[in-house]
Design a protein around this ligand. Structure first.
Ligand code: TYD
Length: 211
């Protein structure tokens, strides 16, 4: 694939403010005349949003871990082919609210039942090997994150993990960032919103070569 855009993913556990931060970043980059597309996982396409509903539905308590893993990959495969690759080819900044690292963090480190190597193979198939150029981890203490989350939003099937699960997810993210420092940047999300936004902007502008 001819690729001239830049692919940036955002990761983090519950209550880190990820979605609002990305929205603000997208608004800012658009104001700066960049071509930007903002998407999310699971979802981001008509097919992906249907898969998201299956994953989130509280009634699907029978869902098996392997089923869940494959559904996340199905949504991802669709997103990569339908939206991410074409926009990168047209020079867009693609901002993605979660990507493959979420599978490693949640279905891998979180559940601890599946070998990470197996997950990496599935991800590689689903994404056709497409990795983000930059991944921003909004890192936050798990308990603070869960407290923040209690103040808003409806609970769905993917929100009902225990504290220890979220601790493993966070540790997993930090481990991935440690292993691949050229791709990951860790931002301390415990600070006020505007400070976090400022850091996120600087990191992205630096990567775009305009600061
Ligand atoms: P979402 O409502 O988008 O919330 P947020 O990103 O703000 O946490 O929920 C997505 C949920 O899906 C979240 O709990 C993480 C989970 N998830 C996985 O477990 N594996 C994955 O591969 C992806 C993309 C998400």
């Amino acid at each position: 694939m001819e690729k001239s855009g830049i692919f940036i993913s955002f990761e983090g556990s519950e209550g880190c403010g990820k979605s609002t931060q990305i929205q603000h970043l997208a608004d800012y980059l658009i104001k700066m005349q960049h071509k930007v597309i903002l998407t999310r996982e699971p979802g981001g396409t008509v097919i992906g949003e249907q898969i998201r509903m299956i994953l989130a539905n509280q009634a699907n308590s029978m869902m098996q871990l392997r089923t869940e893993i494959l559904l996340f990959q199905a949504s991802r495969a669709q997103l990569v082919e339908e939206l991410i690759k074409p926009h990168l080819a047209h020079g867009y900044i693609v901002l993605c609210d979660r990507y493959a690292d979420s599978t490693i963090a949640y279905q891998g480190y979180g559940y601890q039942n599946i070998e990470l190597d197996q997950l990496h193979s599935l991800i590689s198939f689903a994404t056709d090997g497409l990795k983000p150029d930059l991944t921003i981890l909004l890192d936050l203490d798990v308990e603070i994150g869960l407290q923040r989350r209690e103040h808003g939003g409806q609970v769905n099937r993917l929100d009902t993990y225990e504290l220890e699960f979220y601790r493993r997810v966070r540790a997993g993210y930090l481990e991935m960032a440690r292993q691949e420092p050229a791709r990951w940047v860790i931002v301390d999300a415990a600070r006020p919103f505007s400070q976090v936004q400022n850091d996120v902007r600087q990191i992205v502008l630096q990567r775009l070569g305009t600061s």
